[in-house]
Design a protein around this ligand. Structure first.
Ligand SMILES: [Zn+2]
Length: 389
């Protein structure tokens, strides 16, 4: 028994297929082809989605919460509620992300995230579309005091393999990404060890100069976290970490394209530098996302949300951005096509995270997780595991 979805257009996302037929069996894509090419499969239920665009479900590799749920405080069994909220914005996969907090509460948060990841893995058929947590992003505690943003200074820790291993054990090996400042003593050893364990090491919250950033890449770093934010600024004679991030084509890098963290012109500059293959969109969203203005928690940090801006003291404290809006913003700020913008929210983060082929792509064998968009990138529906709900 299979389902055949038809639509106006599909982004794989690297390629476009006009009048696509997507045949889904057991939650995976069995076949994918343009309609005039062939007849519909005989034993399948036809689901014509109409004049719409199909794209892989979005993959957010940096998110702290949403719908009132703070991932540093949530129980594992509550985390699916965040997954359901994310699916309404086209997200089908994400990395729950920590903030610097006392180590014991970080361990507890990591255990809850690991519980949610393992539960999602075994889950047969959820009752509503739900984004799946695929791995954990450690944002800290190995961050620069000078570029810590809102991460509390008392919770920053000197990188050692021993502390990294305690975090790794608490997360039961589900750490897939780690943001680290390469200039702090001990960081290079931890970068090397984390990448040896398959973690995508991302440089960020950093005051590194150019040569230190280059040394980090040599040690195994391959991504950069919210480029420009919480980083030594670009100077034309001392380009620093940003100089390395923008010029090294081996690095993927992400930005928060909410129009608050970066000027639209800087979003455009970033996308020109990293191109359609290495640009990644993140939300850095916090529990206030999808909620009214007010006061919220981000782990140990108190955040005030006003007119879509999240602050703690003088600093920005995450965002209330959703991934579908980030995609639309990129089409406006940089005049990118919807296809290219979608790529920065799907295949690129999946490749950055070492999950190419497992998420962020529509191809035979891939999970049938996709988003149904109108021509402007508004989410009409999210399909998870081939279930249209
Ligand atoms: Zn963050």
């Amino acid at each position: 028994m299979s389902t055949a979805f038809t639509a106006r257009r599909l982004y794989t996302p690297a390629d476009v297929i006009e009048n696509p037929v997507v045949v889904v069996e057991d939650g995976r894509i069995a076949e994918l082809y343009p309609r005039p090419h062939s007849e519909l499969p005989p034993n399948s239920t036809l689901l014509d989605l109409g004049d719409v665009v199909l794209a892989p479900g979005f993959f957010d590799i940096h998110i702290h919460g949403g719908a009132g749920l703070d991932l540093m405080r949530a129980r594992g069994s509550d985390i699916p509620r965040l997954g359901q909220f994310l699916a309404t914005h086209g997200v089908t996969a994400y990395f729950p992300t920590t903030v610097a907090a006392p180590l014991e509460s970080t361990f507890a948060a990591l255990q809850a995230m690991a519980d949610a990841i393992e539960a999602a893995d075994g889950k047969a058929a959820p009752s509503a579309p739900e984004a799946r947590p695929l791995g954990i992003h450690l944002e800290g505690p190995f961050l620069s005091h000078k570029r810590r943003g809102v991460h509390p200074p008392e919770n920053l820790v000197q990188p050692t393999i021993a502390v990294f291993d305690r975090l790794w054990q608490a997360a039961r090996g589900h750490v897939r990404m780690m943001t680290i400042a390469p200039e702090i003593p001990g960081a290079m050893e931890v970068i090397a060890e984390a990448s040896r364990r398959g973690v995508c090491v991302s440089i960020g919250h950093s005051d590194a100069d150019l040569s230190t950033a280059q040394a980090a890449v040599k040690a195994g770093a391959r991504h950069a976290t919210h480029t420009f934010n919480a980083m030594r600024p670009l100077d034309h004679r001392e380009p620093g970490i940003v100089g390395e991030v923008l010029t090294d084509s081996r690095l993927t890098a992400d930005i928060i394209a909410d129009g608050i963290h970066l000027s639209p012109a800087v979003v455009q500059l970033f996308l020109l530098a990293k191109g359609i293959e290495n640009s990644v969109l993140i939300t850095d969203a916090i529990s206030a996302t999808g909620m009214p203005d007010g006061h919220y928690q981000l782990g140990p940090i108190e955040v005030e949300v006003k007119d879509g801006k999240c602050t703690s003291g003088e600093s920005l404290a995450g965002s209330v951005l959703t991934m579908d809006r980030a995609v639309r913003n990129v089409t406006q700020f940089a005049r990118w096509s919807l296809q290219d913008a979608v790529r920065a929210a799907t295949a690129n983060p999946a490749r950055a995270a070492g999950l190419a082929g497992q998420s962020g792509i529509l191809a035979p064998g891939a999970r049938a997780d996709f988003v149904v968009l109108d021509a402007k990138g508004e989410v009409l529906k999210t399909v998870v595991g081939g279930r249209a709900f």
